[in-house]
Ligand binder design. Structure first.
Ligand SMILES: Nc1ncnc2c1ncn2[C@@H]1O[C@H](COP(=O)(O)OP(=O)(O)OP(=O)(O)O)[C@@H](O)[C@H]1O
Ligand SMILES: [Zn+2]
Length: 467
């Protein structure tokens, strides 16, 4: 059996992965709060943990892995969205949940075995909160229930910080109902017009952190193997999950291995909704960027490194995938070579695995090659057919990150130039080349086809006029 090694945030080491029960390897990943389309950053953990899920299924057998990823469908951001749009909360969360599944499906992500909605686990959350109060780790005041952070001595271990350091660095809310500013909310009261459930503390709703603890316990038990999410969730969300779960179930160990993906960045900053520096997966798909291309770009950087999205990376991924798809054509997968699996199993070294795919191809067994690509979620029957129309498309577009949204237009213009030349309509071809040059795009014939370069003087208006 292939040995999987994973970097564990908790111990800050790469460790041999030994599941608690090889017959049921269990993984929990924090899912989205459903009020808006997923941005490209949100897709990174989905793709990273999808590759891990595929690897675990390969090594332990598809029926021996349980993957749970939640939907947070109760949250003040959802309430705000409902209020401003005049739509019901249920409509918004149902629609956004389906968008998320569709968009992630387009990236070739398998659906987790369990996709719990927070609102379906309120009784379990209430029970866990009651238990925490009974054990002295939480207290009720003014309709709120708070977790008593100083009652859990290991608080901060995951991120390796002391409680006092964390208070200094975090925006902790001081409130009259808190014993200590560090204490966090497990339950809060709801007004008439806010969603709420009856509880021993009055009508209210759960805090975000308790949702994951309660759902993970319900679906995976008091101890399970892997807990994943973006590294922006390490503190406070994951510290709080650990505190709640370990105090409610001291006999269990909660998650053995903690894994965190680094951020997708835009000019050095995390892509996020609050910063407003985002574009959605749906935007990219609409612009004709294949989901498989997006996945390929993600996999080309190790999950523990920050990365950018650039038009150039996408264009290169596209070219490589077309090449791969030509090799794969007509072959059904057998199984990936063991050495390839071992490469990937070294803390999900997807970037190395991607380059090793070429070696698998060169070894001359296309069925093995398809299987190896499938392990990365590439060349799948469900996402891997776009090449049929694209096979003859050898236009290569490059430019800076801020110009990515002009790629489809530049590509179609460059393609037109290529066609004109192929038809020996040189005068028209030259005219188009000059117009492109005026718009800041340089087209050139290269061995593999045509290259189009978007320069810094790119003029979107002139480009649009060429349509
Ligand atoms: N730029 C990013 N790169 C990688 N993962 C991200 C990025 N932004 C968010 N995530 C991950 O996406 C999931 C959902 O995050 P969340 O809904 O908080 O998005 P967000 O854009 O950070 O929102 P906000 O700005 O409102 O906090 C989490 O697992 C989080 O770690
Ligand atoms: Zn969580």
């Amino acid at each position: 059996m292939t040995l999987i090694r994973l970097y564990n945030t908790r111990t800050r080491k790469k460790e041999d992965f030994k599941p608690l029960d090889p017959d049921n390897v269990r993984m929990y990943v924090c899912g989205p709060t459903v009020y808006d389309r997923a941005h490209l950053g949100n897709a990174r953990p989905v793709v990273v943990f999808d590759v891990l899920y595929r690897l675990l299924r390969h090594v332990y057998g598809p029926d021996h892995v349980t993957y749970a990823r939640n939907f947070t469908d109760v949250d003040d951001k959802i309430n705000a969205r409902a209020a401003e749009s005049g739509r019901s909360i249920g409509d918004i969360t149902a629609e956004t949940t389906q968008w998320f599944l569709d968009d992630m499906g387009a990236l070739g992500a398998l659906e987790p075995d369990e996709m719990p909605r927070a609102t379906q686990y309120i009784p379990q959350m209430v029970a866990m909160i009651e238990d925490l109060i009974a054990k002295g780790h939480a207290y009720a005041k003014e309709g709120h229930v708070l977790f008593r952070v100083r009652s859990y001595k290991d608080y901060g271990k995951l991120s390796g910080r002391s409680v006092d350091d964390m208070i200094a660095g975090a925006r902790v809310e001081v409130a009259p109902f808190k014993e200590d500013p560090m204490d966090f909310v497990l339950w809060k009261p709801s007004t008439e017009d806010q969603p709420g459930w009856d509880s021993p503390w009055g009508r209210g709703r759960p805090g975000w952190h308790i949702e994951c603890s309660a759902m993970a316990y319900e679906l995976l038990g008091e101890s399970f193997d892997i807990h994943g999410g973006g590294n922006d969730l390490m503190f406070p969300h994951h510290e709080n999950e650990i505190a709640q779960s370990c105090c409610a179930h001291p006999e269990g160990g909660f998650a053995q291995v903690w894994m965190h993906n680094e951020m997708l960045q835009v000019e050095g900053k995390k892509m996020s909704k609050s910063l407003g520096n985002f574009f959605t997966v749906h935007d990219l798909l609409e612009q004709g960027v294949q989901g498989e291309v997006i996945r390929f770009v993600f996999l080309s950087t190790h999950y523990r490194k920050p990365m950018d999205w650039t038009a150039e990376k996408a264009e290169q991924a596209r070219q490589t995938l077309i090449e791969f798809q030509k090799i794969a054509r007509g072959h059904t997968p057998s199984s990936p070579p063991d050495w390839f699996v071992s490469l990937l199993a070294d803390d999900l070294n997807t970037s190395l695995a991607l380059s090793a795919l070429r070696d698998v191809a060169e070894a001359g067994d296309p069925a093995q090659f398809v299987a190896a690509a499938n392990l990365l979620g590439l060349l799948l029957p469900e996402t891997g057919y776009w090449w049929k129309e694209e096979l003859l498309d050898t236009v290569f577009v490059a430019g800076s990150q801020s110009q990515w949204n002009h790629v489809p237009l530049v590509r179609s213009a460059a393609k037109k130039w290529q066609e004109l030349r192929a038809n020996k309509q040189y005068e028209e071809a030259d005219r188009l080349r000059n117009q492109l040059e005026e718009a800041g795009v340089e087209v050139r014939a290269v061995a593999a086809g045509v290259s189009a370069y978007m320069g810094i003087s790119l003029d979107p208006a002139k480009l649009e006029a060429l349509k």
